[in-house]
Design a protein around this ligand. Structure first.
Ligand code: PGA
Length: 313
């Protein structure tokens, strides 16, 4: 019998799938049992029943640790899709009754955290019954979440095009050179990058999309980059530049929430590095109603002027 047919029979229940999802998330029967307020043996029995009806091994125990098997990973992806569809159904039915309930799980790269909460705030006022779950990480973290189909919607500025995804332009995210306000070249137009070669360059960690875009740009332009000092946070980079540790290349949006004048943007030839944000979904993923409504809200906000979103020099 195929997996689909097995899932359609009475052998597999939603409760089993829910229990499986929780064990897969925690990689622990004990923690899943706690989260679901169930006894540990109940959880184990339901997982065994599910494995039996799907005729595959879902987990393997190595030493004290539990791992999902490849089949288990496959099942988890489908189970997440299934629950997203159910959430959506709930939202649709609620809408018909004049309500708007459901979940909005959105994961974004760190630079987008300066914008998305602003739109999320307005959206939550409009749809107070929708529960948002907002995750922030660097590009590598968000790629992992995307691969595991953990969220309803993703925002990347450098979408992982090696994966099967669908992307839609969101807005510009230019990368600019920043320095302390008293930098010697603060008023100089058209600074050549080589004039900054004696400066210490502060750079995000490996796995950061900002770093990825900068390295790609330097490669394309044939620019030489001094060995950077790695600092794994936009905030810490800003503080370090203000403290005079060096210069940095960051999203212009990162400058949005600091006292004006503490940091300046240098006028460097070939900069800003052109860069944009995109909405991203795994190819073929059904976009939940809550995510569609959020996307529509942002598009409207940008069309209205979105001056908060579009930072111009
Ligand atoms: P990151 O995010 O540098 O934190 O990965 C920004 C981006 O991808 O633009």
């Amino acid at each position: 019998m195929s997996i689909t047919r097995r899932l359609h029979t009475r052998q597999t229940t939603f409760r089993q799938l829910e229990i499986f999802k929780s064990v897969a998330q925690h990689l622990s029967v004990t923690l899943a049992a706690k989260a679901l307020h169930l006894a540990q043996p109940t959880v184990s029995t339901q997982i065994n029943k599910l494995a039996h009806s799907l005729d595959c091994q879902l987990f393997e125990q190595v030493g004290k640790r539990l791992y999902l098997t490849d089949m288990g990973q496959e099942v988890l992806k489908s189970v997440r899709d299934l629950f997203a569809v159910m959430d959506n159904l709930e939202t649709q039915l609620a809408k018909r009754k004049g309500l708007s309930v459901g979940h909005l799980r959105i994961s974004v790269v760190t630079t987008a955290k300066y914008l998305i909460p602003h739109w999320l705030g307005e959206y939550c006022q409009q749809y107070p019954e929708i529960e948002p779950e907002f995750q922030i990480g660097n590009r590598a973290d968000i790629i992992q979440r995307l691969k595991q189909n953990m969220d309803d919607l993703y925002v990347f500025s450098n979408p992982p095009r090696e994966l099967e995804i669908e992307e839609t332009f969101l807005t510009e995210n230019p990368l600019v050179v920043i320095a302390r306000k008293d930098h010697l070249l603060r008023d100089k137009p058209n600074i050549g990058w080589q004039e900054l070669s004696s400066e210490r360059l502060l750079m995000r960690e490996q796995g950061s999309g900002t770093r990825y875009a900068i390295e790609r740009f330097f490669g394309q332009q044939g620019l030489i980059m001094q060995t950077p000092i790695t600092i794994a946070s936009n905030e810490a980079i800003k503080e370090s530049v203000m403290a005079g540790l060096g210069i940095a290349i960051v999203s212009r949006h990162v400058l949005n929430h600091i006292e004006p004048g503490n940091l300046i943007e240098l006028d460097v030839v070939d900069f800003p590095i052109p860069n944009s944000w995109y909405w991203v979904l795994p190819k073929g993923k059904y976009m939940s109603s809550a995510a569609q409504a959020f996307q529509a809200h942002v598009i409207q906000a940008l069309a209205r002027g979105g001056e908060d979103a579009q930072i111009t020099k």
